[in-house]
Structures are given as structure tokens and as C-alpha cells.
Design a protein around this ligand. Structure first.
Ligand code: NAD
Length: 248
């Protein structure tokens, strides 16, 4: 049976580790060539690159700050030049700077909005002409359960993730007629380095909020990304799929 993404090219931001890395590996296991970015190409990024290559696909790791409009356009230009097409974009790069609103600095607000929301705009903007020409493409952006529900201590992060949803729905409406789909994934509590930074007490409290009584595995997010990237979801666009163990 042909693999789900055989012959396709995916660009994934911030994929040296965590959810992005897992998405890259999942796509590669389905025959997809992978270009991924991260702030730096360090040992971790190189290890990810080697693991992807071992699956028998083409892979490139590029050091690039997703929040830079110019750098994003350069990355996309490079991918199109080298591969001739770009079928899937995953806007995954993200950070947190958590604190209560009353203590939040302007810098903390600006940085999180810039890295989480502007990066998604940058790359979506950069891939749009190519995907319109191809008359096909799947854009997947990582939102979050807190972008839907809000969360104390995460005003900047929650606002950025709500922005991702509005961006996704708008792009789906603007590009639908050209065969380009856009969807968001809103993970709940997924066990990665981002969440490992939380205290044990906070982790315990989070798990109590999850009806399935456990954190999610990054691979469980990657499986949904695979669905959205592939033709399995050919009539799915403008949607937000929550991957959260029934967490409200
Ligand atoms: P992570 O911190 O493990 O990985 C994020 C990656 O993005 C890192 O490799 C980091 O270096 C990279 N990155 C950060 N800033 C960047 C920039 N400016 N340019 C390029 N790369 C950059 O986080 P994760 O848990 O894997 O999260 C991945 C995405 O999923 C994020 O958008 C996050 O907000 C979202 N998410 C995570 C969870 C969770 O529970 N872990 C829940 C909901 C949403």
C-alpha cells in the first residue's frame, strides 16, 4: 500500500524536539521529505535530522528564527528551489512566558505574541503563493486548549493561541477555492520539555483536570497532524481539532 505522504514535502517549524519532532518523524515514516527549522541546529536538532534520515526520506535542518518575516520567506524560497514543491506547512514553533497578567511585562507579552502568532503568519504568508500555484496544500498550526478556554497565568500564550485559531479559519476561507486547506490542532496537556518545566505540583493538578487522567504523548498529536496533512482529511478545512483526553 502506498504511504500516506509519499513524494510530498513538509516544512515544520521548531521541530528539533517535542511535538514538532514527533510530527516530523511521523510524516517521514509515511514517505514525506522533511525540512525543519529551529532557532539553532544543535546536537538535539542533528539527532532529530539523523533519525528522520534513517527513515529513508530527504531531510534538511535549517537554523532560522520563525518570528522573522524575512527569514521565514528565505526558508520557503530555499525549500521550493530545492524540492520544486511544498505540500505541507506545520506552524509548530512556540514558547511560554507564564505569569499573572498583573505581573506580566510588555516584553513578555510582545515576545510570546511574536514567536507564537507572528511566526505562523510569516510562514503562512510565505507558502501561500506556492500553494496557490500548486492548487494544493495543507497548513497545520499548533494552537492550544488554553487558546479556547483561557488559563490563569497565560494571558500572552492563550491570546497567541486564540490568534492562531482566527488566522487558521481566515486562511481556510481565503485559500479554499485554490485547493489549500488550513486547520489547527489544540493539544491539551502533552508531556514534552515545555510541560516538564512545570513543577511536580502543577503537573499533578493538570492531570487531575484531564478526564483520561494522564498527559498526552507527543505522538498522539502527531497522528492527528498526519490525518490533517494527508488526503484522509481532503474535505476538512478551517477546523480546530482538540487532542486533550477530554479536558474541557
Ligand atoms: P518545546 O518547547 O518542546 O518545542 C518547541 C520548539 O520550538 C523548540 O525546539 C524550540 O527551540 C522551538 N522554537 C522556539 N522559538 C522558536 C523560534 N523563534 N523559531 C524557531 N523555533 C523556535 O514545545 P512543545 O511542547 O513541543 O510545543 C510545540 C507546539 O505545541 C508549541 O506551539 C506549543 O505552544 C504547542 N502546544 C504544546 C502543548 C504541550 O502540552 N506541550 C500544549 C498545547 C500546545
Amino acid at each position: 500500500m502506498e504511504k500516506l505522504l509519499q513524494g510530498r514535502v513538509a516544512l515544520i517549524t521548531g521541530a528539533a524536539r517535542g511535538i514538532g519532532r514527533e510530527i516530523a518523524l511521523k510524516f517521514a515514516s509515511e514517505g514525506c521529505d522533511i525540512v525543519f527549522t529551529d532557532v539553532v541546529v544543535n546536537e538535539q536538532a542533528e539527532a532529530t535530522r539523523d533519525e528522520i534520515a534513517a527513515l529513508g526520506v530527504q531531510v534538511r535542518a535549517i537554523a532560522s528564527d520563525a518570528s522573522s518575516f524575512e527569514a521565514a520567506h528565505e526558508v520557503v524560497e530555499q525549500v521550493v528551489k530545492e524540492f520544486g514543491h511544498l505540500d505541507i506547512l506545520v506552524n509548530n514553533a512556540g514558547i511560554t512566558r507564564d505569569t499573572l497578567l498583573m505581573r506580566m511585562t510588555e516584553e513578555q507579552w510582545d515576545l510570546v505574541l511574536k514567536v507564537n502568532l507572528k511566526s505562523a503568519f510569516n510562514f503562512t504568508h510565505a507558502v501561500t503563493p506556492q500553494m496557490m500555484r500548486q492548487r494544493s496544500g495543507s497548513i497545520i498550526s499548533l494552537s492550544s486548549v488554553v487558546g479556547i478556554n483561557g488559563n490563569a497565568g497565560q494571558a500572552n500564550y492563550a491570546a497567541s493561541k486564540a490568534g492562531i485559531i482566527a488566522l487558521t479559519k481566515t486562511v481556510a476561507k481565503e485559500l479554499g477555492a485554490r485547493g489549500v486547506r488550513a486547520n489547527a490542532i489544540a493539544p491539551g496537556f502533552i508531556l514534552t520539555e515545555m510541560t516538564k518545566a512545570l513543577s511536580e505540583e502543577t503537573l499533578k493538578q493538570f492531570v487531575q483536570l484531564v478526564p483520561m487522567r494522564r498527559g498526552g504523548d507527543p505522538e498522539e498529536v502527531a497522528k492527528v497532524a498526519l490525518f490533517l496533512a494527508s488526503d484522509l482529511s481532503s474535505y476538512v478545512s478551517g477546523q480546530v481539532i482538540q487532542v486533550n483526553g477530554a479536558m474541557a
